[in-house]
Design a binder for this molecule. Structure first.
Ligand SMILES: Nc1ncnc2c1ncn2[C@@H]1O[C@H](COP(=O)(O)OP(=O)(O)O[C@H]2O[C@H](CO)[C@@H](O)[C@H](O)[C@H]2O)[C@@H](O)[C@H]1O
Length: 467
C-alpha cells in the first residue's frame, strides 16, 4: 500500500515544532510495516534546494495566482512530491510567518493550494493522510476520490478565515455548508479536515478523549462527538536512530543506559552555554513560548525552584511578552537562570542530554515530544497530567518507586502552586542519589520508539482500505 502524506513541515527539511518530527519519522516507521509513504510538501526554498531528482509530474500555468508544478523526487530517505509555486512559497524564513512575526497574509491561499495539489497528486495512492489545518482542505478537493485519514496534532490551530475566502477556492458552492468546510460563518480548514476524513486520529489516547469534551474541544467538541466512531488516539514516537544519545553529534559526550555518568560532561557544557553557576538540580525548558506550554507557570514557580537550590535553562521562541519575561528572569537571577531566545536544534539536544530534569508544564498537550526526548536522553520529565503527557510518563509516586517503574513526575492541575509542589518533590528525589539514578535508568530504558504506534497506523490504514 502507498500513502500520500500531506503536511506543511517535515524534519529534516523544515521544522518549527513537533509536527515536523512526526511527519519526518512516520515514513521510516511505516516502512517496517510494509507501507510506503510519499510526502507532499510546499516548495519552500529549503525544500526545493534539498530535493534530488525533482521530475515534473504535473504543471499548472496558473494555480492561485501564478505558475506551479509538482516535482517528484527524494531526499534524506524520504520520497517526496513538492509543490513548486514561487508566488506562494518562494520566501525565506519561517513557513508561516513574515519577518515581522505576523502570519503571511496569504496563508489561506498558500495552504488551499496544498490541499488542491494533494487531491491532484492522490491518483495512484491507496490513502491520503493529511496533517493539521494546513492540509485540511485536501478532503474538500478530493471529494471522496480517495480514502482520507486526518491527524490532529494541535486543535488550537484551526485555520479560520472569513467567508470572503470561499469564492477564491474554486470549490462547488455546496461545500460552503455545515456538512462541508463552513465553520461559524467562515471557512474552517481544520473543520474541513474533520468533516471530510474517513478516519480522524490524534496523537495520544488521552487527548483523543479530551477533545470530545467542552473543556478540551476548543469549539470542535460537538463535531468530534458526532464523529466519535471515526476518532482514535495513536501515541507519537521518536525516530530512535535520529534521537540517540549514543551517537548524537550535538552532545559534548555521548552516553547510553550502560554508562549514564557520561551525561555530566554535557551538563557542564550546558551550564556554560546558559551562563549557569554551580547548584542543582538543573531544570530545562525547551519549547514554543506560548500559553499552551505553561512557561509562565515556570516563571511564577521560580521562587520554589530557586529555594530548592535549582538552576533553570530556558530555550524557546514565540510570544514576545513571554520572551521578555524569560530574559528578565535570567537578568535578575544571574548564574541561576539562563535564557536563550531562539530555535536551536543542537542546543536542545545538548540540553536533553545534560539537564537533570526537563519541565513540560503544558496546560494541554496533544502528545508532546519534549518529554519523549527527555526520557530518551535520561532527563526525567516533570509534566502536567494532561494529554499525551499523562500517557507517556510514569509518576514517581510511592507505588511506582517501590515497583522501580517511575520515569518522571506528574502534577495537576496546571498551576504555579502545583508546579511548585512538583519541583519540591523532584528536588527531594534528586538529592536521594540512588532513587534518582534508578529513575534516570528507567527513563533511558523507556520505549519511546514508533514500533507500537506504527503498527496501529498500519492497522488503521489496512482496515480503511479493506472496508
Ligand atoms: N526553541 C527550540 N529550539 C530547538 N528545538 C525546539 C525549540 N522549541 C521546540 N523545539 C523542538 O520542537 C519539538 C516540539 O515538539 P512538541 O511535540 O513538544 O510540541 P509542538 O507543540 O510543536 O507540537 C504539536 O504537534 C506534536 C506532534 O504531534 C505534538 O506532540 C504536540 O503535542 C503538539 O502540540 C521538540 O522536538 C522540541 O525539542
Amino acid at each position: 500500500m502507498r500513502v500520500l502524506a500531506v503536511a506543511s513541515e517535515c524534519f529534516p527539511l523544515v521544522k518549527t515544532g513537533g509536527l515536523a518530527d512526526v511527519v519526518g519519522a512516520l515514513p521510516g516507521a511505516l516502512a517496517a510495516e510494509g507501507i510506503g509513504v510519499t510526502t507532499l510538501l510546499p516548495g519552500y526554498p529549503a525544500v526545493l534546494s534539498a530535493l534530488e531528482g525533482g521530475e515534473a509530474v504535473r504543471e499548472w500555468p496558473e494555480l492561485f495566482g501564478g505558475p506551479a508544478r509538482l516535482l517528484r523526487g527524494a531526499t534524506a530517505g524520504l520520497d517526496l512530491i513538492v509543490l513548486e509555486a514561487a508566488h506562494l512559497y518562494g520566501r525565506p524564513g519561517n513557513p508561516y510567518l513574515g519577518p515581522d512575526g505576523q502570519d503571511w497574509a496569504d496563508n489561506p491561499i498558500r495552504f488551499a493550494a496544498l490541499g488542491r495539489a494533494a487531491a491532484e497528486a492522490a491518483e495512484g495512492f491507496g490513502i491520503v493522510h493529511a496533517h493539521d489545518w494546513q492540509a485540511g482542505l485536501a478532503g474538500a478537493y478530493l471529494r471522496g476520490a480517495r480514502p482520507l485519514v486526518f491527524t490532529i496534532h494541535n486543535l488550537a490551530f484551526q485555520g479560520r478565515y472569513p467567508a470572503e475566502l470561499f469564492p477564491r477556492l474554486g470549490l462547488p458552492a455546496e461545500a460552503f455548508a455545515v456538512e462541508g468546510l463552513e465553520y461559524f460563518g467562515g471557512v474552517g480548514f481544520l473543520k474541513a479536515g474533520l468533516h471530510y476524513a474517513d478516519r480522524i486520529t490524534t496523537v495520544s489516547p488521552t487527548y483523543a478523549a479530551e477533545i470530545r469534551t467542552p473543556e478540551g474541544g476548543m469549539g470542535l467538541d460537538g463535531l468530534l462527538r458526532h464523529r466519535a466512531a471515526a476518532v482514535s488516539g495513536i501515541l507519537n514516537g521518536l525516530d530512535t536512530a535520529e534521537w540517540n544519545p549514543a551517537t548524537d553529534q550535538h552532545l559534548a559526550a555521548r552516553f547510553s543506559l550502560a554508562e549514564p555518568e557520561a551525561r555530566a560532561a554535557n551538563r557542564a557544557v550546558l551550564q556554560a552555554r546558559f551562563g549557569l553557576g554551580e547548584g542543582g538540580p538543573l531544570f530545562l525548558f525547551v519549547g514554543r513560548l506560548a500559553w499552551q506550554k505553561g512557561i509562565d507557570l515556570v516563571l511564577d514557580a521560580l521562587p520554589a525552584l530557586l529555594a530548592e537550590g535549582g538552576l533553570l535553562a530556558i530555550l524557546g521562541t514565540g510570544d514576545r511578552a513571554l520572551e521578555a519575561r524569560c530574559r528578565e528572569a535570567a537578568a535578575v537571577n544571574p548564574g541561576r537562570v539562563g535564557a536563550v531566545i531562539g530555535f536551536d536544534e543542537g542546543l536542545a539536544r545538548l540540553g536533553y542530554g545534560g539537564a537533570d530534569a526537563v519541565l513540560v508544564p503544558s496546560r494541554f498537550e496533544p502528545c508532546g515530544l519534549a518529554q519523549l526526548c527527555a526520557l530518551r536522553y535520561g532527563a526525567p520529565p516533570v509534566v502536567t497530567r494532561v494529554g499525551g503527557l499523562a500517557d507517556t510518563v510514569i509518576d514517581a509516586n510511592e507505588a511506582a518507586l517501590a515497583a522501580g517503574a517511575a520515569t518522571g513526575v506528574q502534577f495537576a492541575p496546571p498551576s504555579a502552586e502545583a508546579l511548585a509542589g512538583a519541583l519540591r518533590r523532584t528536588a527531594a528525589l534528586w538529592r536521594d542519589s540512588p532513587a534518582w539514578a534508578a529513575m534516570r535508568r528507567n527513563a533511558l530504558a523507556a520505549d519511546v520508539s514508533w514500533a507500537r504506534s506504527a503498527g496501529r497506523y498500519a492497522d488503521l490504514f489496512k482496515d480503511l482500505v479493506n472496508g
